[in-house]
Ligand binder design. Structure first.
Ligand code: ARG
Length: 278
């Protein structure tokens, strides 16, 4: 009788143990499967819509592409790029969040998914294409030398033996590196480079032409353009290589803006008629 009871208890114990292990085992497997397929399915476009916001990385030191403007006592980041970002957010039906950072941190932020897109007057380059993708180009433009009045700098040849202020990680920095005999001083933010130029601590700064024009227009007594643009390059939105669906959305927005005439209006507002605030 006692033996029978013992075996019955043992049987029940083994059964329960097996059942518990089996269930938890299965349960774990099932949840693992669900987890991994969720990761695969979690497309960035879906993620953005679920979060209700598109997060972009920019370096808001680059008028008229992106810059800080105080309107009604409120500091805002505005510009041509920001209007494109707003159009992308609108297409996705979400809010726009702007993260302002050093230009050289933007591509790493895109890669680490800290931001969804990089929009900062990015020139399409072979080097960048190794790690990220670009949208269709949304504007062209070249890099331009700015100098201070009386520096004697009229072209890149005059920069031999001189110091050029450059923003870290930009094509302007790459161009400056190739200018014979020139020394480089690197900056995180363009404003700091231009300040050094106005204080004659560097003889030149290299930035995109519309940006050069904006700084010169703001400081006509101190600054001037030197020579012609040094390259001609297309600018586009930076996107992770795997985000094909988001790329399609961005390209559709660029196309729609162009087709509707809104693009021409934005170009006129920010590049043709743009008067920098003094
Ligand atoms: N077009 C240049 C580049 O792609 C400079 C861009 C700098 N942008 C900025 N927001 N500071 O390297």
């Amino acid at each position: 009788m006692a033996t029978k009871k013992f075996f019955l208890t043992l049987f029940i114990l083994v059964f329960i143990t097996a059942a518990v292990l089996g269930v938890t085992g299965c349960g774990q497997k099932a949840s693992q499967d669900a987890g991994s397929s969720q990761v695969e399915q979690q497309d960035t476009v879906d993620k953005i819509k679920k979060a209700g916001k598109l997060v972009i990385g920019t370096s808001a030191d680059y008028p008229p592409f992106e810059f800080h403007q105080v309107t009604g006592g409120k500091d805002e980041i505005v510009g041509f790029d920001i209007d494109i970002a707003k159009a992308i957010a609108k297409e996705l039906g979400v809010d726009l969040e702007i993260k302002d950072m050093a230009f050289e941190s933007i591509i790493p932020a895109v890669l680490s998914k800290t931001v969804d897109l990089g929009i900062a007057g990015f020139t399409i380059t072979e080097e960048r294409l190794k790690s990220v993708n670009f949208s269709d180009p949304y504007i062209d433009g070249g890099q331009q030398i700015i100098t201070y009045k009386g520096s004697g700098v009229k072209s890149k040849e005059d920069l031999n033996g001189k110091t050029i202020g450059v923003q870290l990680g930009t094509t302007g920095e790459e161009i400056a590196k190739k200018i014979e005999g020139a020394k480089l001083k690197q900056f995180d933010k363009v404003g700091a480079a231009v300040l050094d130029l106005m204080n004659k601590r560097v003889e030149a700064v290299i930035v995109d032409l519309p940006v050069a024009q904006a700084f010169v227009t703001n400081n006509p007594d101190k600054l001037e353009l030197a020579g012609e643009p040094l390259d001609d390059a297309a600018k586009a939105v930076v996107i992770r290589k795997e985000d094909q669906k988001l790329l399609d959305v961005v390209n559709k927005v660029i196309k729609d803006l162009k087709d509707s005439g809104e693009y021409d209006r934005l170009v006129k507002e920010w590049f043709v008629d743009y008067k920098p605030a003094s």
